[in-house]
Design a protein around this ligand. Sequence first.
Ligand SMILES: CC(C)(COP(=O)(O)OP(=O)(O)OC[C@H]1O[C@@H](n2cnc3c(N)ncnc32)[C@H](O)[C@@H]1OP(=O)(O)O)[C@@H](O)C(=O)NCCC(=O)NCCS
Length: 216
Amino acid sequence: MLVIRKYQNPDDREFIRKICCDSAFLGEPAERFFDGREILADLLTSYYTCYEKESIFIAELDRQIVGYLTGCKNIKKQKRIFMTRILPVTAIKFVFNGRILKKRNLLFLYNCALSIWKKEFFANDFSSEYPATLHINIDRRYRNTGIGKKLICEYISYLKKEKIAGVHVTTFSVNAAGFFEKMGFNVLGKKSVSYFNYLIHRKLLRFTLGRKLINE
Ligand SMILES: CC(C)(COP(=O)(O)OP(=O)(O)OC[C@H]1O[C@@H](n2cnc3c(N)ncnc32)[C@H](O)[C@@H]1OP(=O)(O)O)[C@@H](O)C(=O)NCCC(=O)NCCS
């Protein structure tokens, strides 16, 4: 039986960190571009698991965890905490454990720096109309069975109870963009980014999609 429940225990944290890294490179394992799972998992998930646990939803099928949705009610708060607490601590770890000197990481950092220079990381600010955001990930063995839809529905009704005006999401996956459109999101913008060009030899599109929740 499928159950959607709130985040509860250390097993949930480990699952989120693992699945997130297993699919961090356009659905493939993070090792394609980055050496150091702990560092990447800290950057991608620790805001949710340390600062906003109440907005995490876990999908369990027959008592086995098969998917998660990490939510955030206020992206401005998330960005502030990320820049002032998570990024500095993780950067220190990254330097002092020597991971920064790994060839794969240097190559990735170099390509990120080029992207920053080309202003590709710049994104429109949707925080007033769509203050909430989310990440969702289903274990690949259980995709296309309705689990993503159930997680989104739980999260949307939670946001409505909390009187949040809207929610937006960013993704590089055309499939995920199709899924979000089906879930009532509209495309707010598309932007071409090049920082994975050296691995996939094509430009990627970053989709931003949003759904307004007031007057629904
Ligand atoms: C994207 C993702 C969350 C979707 O979850 P899922 O459990 O596979 O999707 P569901 O089975 O719940 O699909 C729900 C509905 O969306 C539809 N749908 C799914 N993918 C779609 C697509 N690419 N285009 C159009 N509709 C799509 C399904 O047909 C289904 O329709 P229905 O309600 O009429 O039956 C999942 O594939 C995933 O984890 N992908 C990898 C991580 C990722 O890309 N996350 C998004 C970035 S944060």
